[in-house]
Design a protein around this ligand. Structure first.
Ligand code: AMP
Ligand code: GLY
Length: 433
C-alpha cells in the first residue's frame, strides 16, 4: 500500500515516520515535505494547496491512504475533493473541519452538546461589541477572530479597554483579514492547559494519551504566543479519572451532536482544554493532530497507525483493540530560528544532526527545513526541528532531549530550556535544568 502525507511540518514528518513502520505500507510520499521527510519517506514537489495535482498524484501512484496534516487544506475542502474522486483519505470534510475553521460554529456545537466551555458572545459588528463591553464587568476577557488566523487570532485581555482595542484590531483594522468577519468575546478562564486528542470515525472515539504544549515563546511561559515550543506526554494533569470524564462529557457529546447536525466528523478531534478549579473546559477544538503534540504522541504509540486510519475511514474503529503505548514518557523540544515568532531569516546550514541521531531513544523530526541543491540541510521556517526523547521518567526524557539539542546548532538557533519542568515538578517535587 502506498501512502501520501500532505504538509511539510514536524507533525507531517512524525506521521510519515510512523506510517512507514507499518507492515502494510510499502511506500510513503510527503507533499511537499521537508529535509527530514526526504530521508524517512519520499518528497513530492506539490503544494498542499494544489488539490488537482495532489489528486492526480494519488491516482497515478496508487495511493491507498492520504493523510492531511494541516488545518488549511482540511478547512479548504481537500478531503471532500479526494472523496469525490473515490480516493481513501484520512481527515474531516470541509463541513466537519469547521470545528476548527469557525470558532462561532464550534461554540454553537459546544453549547448544543452542553459541553463545558467559556461563556461567550458572537459578533459581526464592532459597535455591537463595544456596547456589549460597556454593559459588562468581568474579570478578564478573551477576544477571538472567528476564522483561521494561524493560531494568532486570540487576544487574552485583563480589562474591557484592552478587549475593545482587540475588537478594533480584529474587526476594524482587519489584523487577521476575513478571519475577523465574525468574532467572539468570551470570559477568561484560569488554569493549566492540556491537549486531549481523539481519533474518531464519527461513532467511536479512540482517545490518545493527554499531552501538554508550551505555547509561550520563552522560559517560564512568558513572551509572545507561538505555534508551540515543546510538548510532553502523558500529562499527569489529566489523570485516568479526568480523561474518562473528558471522554464522556466532552468528546463523545461533541461527536454525537455533530452527527445530529448532519456533520459526521472523521479524523482527529483535538480538544484544547483549560483545567479550571471547576473542572475541564474546552478552549477550542482543532480538526487535526496538534503540532508539536503529535511528535511525542506518535513516538510513544505502539499500535500500527495505518490500521487505525484505515479503520477510521471505514467506520470500524469499534472493532479495534485499545491503543498501545510505550510506558515511558516522551518530551519534545522545539528548536527555532532567531527572531521567531517574529521575523526571522532562513537558509542557515544546520550542523550536528548526525551526532544527535546516534543517541538512543531520540528522534529529530524536521519542521522548517529544506535540502539545498548540494544536499545540505538548511533552515526554512521559524520552528525548525522537534527533538523528541523517551526516558524512564519525564526528567530523564527531558535530559535526553536536551542532550540531543546540545549537539545541534545553526546561526541563531535557540530553544526554551524548561520544557516539561511543570510535569517534573508535579510528579517529583523538583525541577531539573
Ligand atoms: P485558542 O486558539 O482558542 O486555543 O486560544 C489560544 C490560546 O488562548 C489558548 O491556548 C489559551 O492560552 C488562550 N485562551 C483561549 N481562550 C481562552 C479563555 N477563554 N480564557 C483564557 N485563555 C484563553
Ligand atoms: N500545538 C497547538 C496546535 O497544534 O494547535
Amino acid at each position: 500500500m502506498n501512502v501520501l502525507v500532505v504538509g511539510n511540518g514536524g507533525r507531517e514528518h512524525a506521521l510519515a515516520w510512523k506510517l512507514s513502520q507499518s507492515p502494510e505500507v510499502s511506500k510513503v510520499y510527503v507533499a511537499p515535505g521537508n529535509a527530514g521527510t526526504a530521508v524517512d519517506a519520499e518528497n513530492v514537489d506539490i503544494s498542499q494547496d494544489d488539490y488537482p495535482a495532489l489528486i492526480q498524484f494519488a491516482k497515478e501512484h496508487k495511493i491507498g491512504l492520504t493523510v492531511v496534516g494541516p488545518e488549511a487544506p482540511l478547512v479548504g475542502g481537500l478531503v471532500d475533493a479526494f472523496l469525490a474522486e473515490g480516493l481513501r483519505v484520512f481527515g474531516p470534510t470541509k463541513k466537519a473541519a469547521q470545528m476548527e475553521g469557525s470558532k462561532i460554529f464550534c461554540k454553537e456545537v459546544l453549547n448544543r452538546a452542553l459541553v463545558p466551555t467559556a461563556r461567550s458572545q458572537a459578533f459581526d459588528n464592532p459597535n455591537d461589541a463595544y456596547a456589549y463591553l460597556r454593559a459588562t464587568d468581568q474579570d478578564g476577557y478573551v477576544v477571538k477572530a472567528g476564522g483561521l488566523a494561524a493560531g494568532k487570532g486570540v487576544v487574552v485581555c485583563d480589562t474591557k479597554e484592552e478587549a475593545a482595542e482587540a475588537v478594533r484590531q480584529i474587526a476594524e483594522e482587519r489584523a487577521f483579514g476575513a478571519a475577523g468577519d465574525h468574532f467572539l468575546i468570551e470570559e477568561r478562564l484560569v488554569g493549566q492547559e492540556a491537549s486531549v486528542l481523539a481519533i474518531t470515525d464519527g461513532q467511536t472515539i479512540m482517545t490518545l494519551q493527554p499531552a501538554q504544549d508550551h505555547k509561550a515563546a520563552y522560559d517560564g511561559d512568558v513572551g509572545p504566543n507561538t505555534g508551540g515550543m515543546g510538548a510532553y506526554c502523558p500529562a499527569s494533569l489529566v489523570d485516568d479519572r479526568k480523561l474518562h470524564w473528558i471522554e464522556e462529557k466532552i468528546l463523545l457529546p461533541t461527536v454525537f451532536t455533530l452527527n445530529r447536525m448532519d456533520t459526521k466528523f472523521k479524523g482527529v478531534l483535538y480538544a484544547g482544554l483549560m483545567m479550571t478549579p471547576q473542572g475541564p473546559r474546552v478552549l477550542e477544538y482543532n480538526a487535526r493532530f496538534g503540532d508539536p503534540e503529535c511528535q511525542p504522541l506518535l513516538f510513544r504509540l505502539k499500535t500500527d497507525l495505518h490500521t487505525v486510519m484505515q479503520a477510521t475511514i471505514d467506520e470500524r474503529l469499534m472493532s479495534l483493540a485499545p491503543l498501545e503505548w510505550d510506558a515511558r514518557p516522551a518530551v519534545c523540544v522545539v528548536m527555532a530560528s532567531k527572531g521567531y515568532p517574529g521575523a526571522y531569516e532562513k537558509g542557515f546550514e544546520i550542523f550536528g544532526l548526525d551526532d544527535a541521531a546516534q543517541l538512543p531513544d531520540v528522534k529529530v523530526f524536521h519542521a522548517g527545513t529544506k535540502l539545498d541543491a548540494n544536499g545540505v540541510v538548511r533552515t526554512n521556517g521559524g520552528r525548525v526541528l522537534d527533538v523528541v526523547a523517551l526516558g524512564d521518567t519525564v526528567a530523564d526524557a527531558k535530559r535526553k532531549a536536551y542532550e540531543a539539542v546540545s549537539k545541534i546548532h545553526w546561526e541563531g538557533s535557540w530553544s526554551r530550556s524548561d520544557i516539561a519542568d511543570k510535569e517534573i515538578k508535579a510528579t517529583s517535587g523538583t525541577t531539573e535544568s
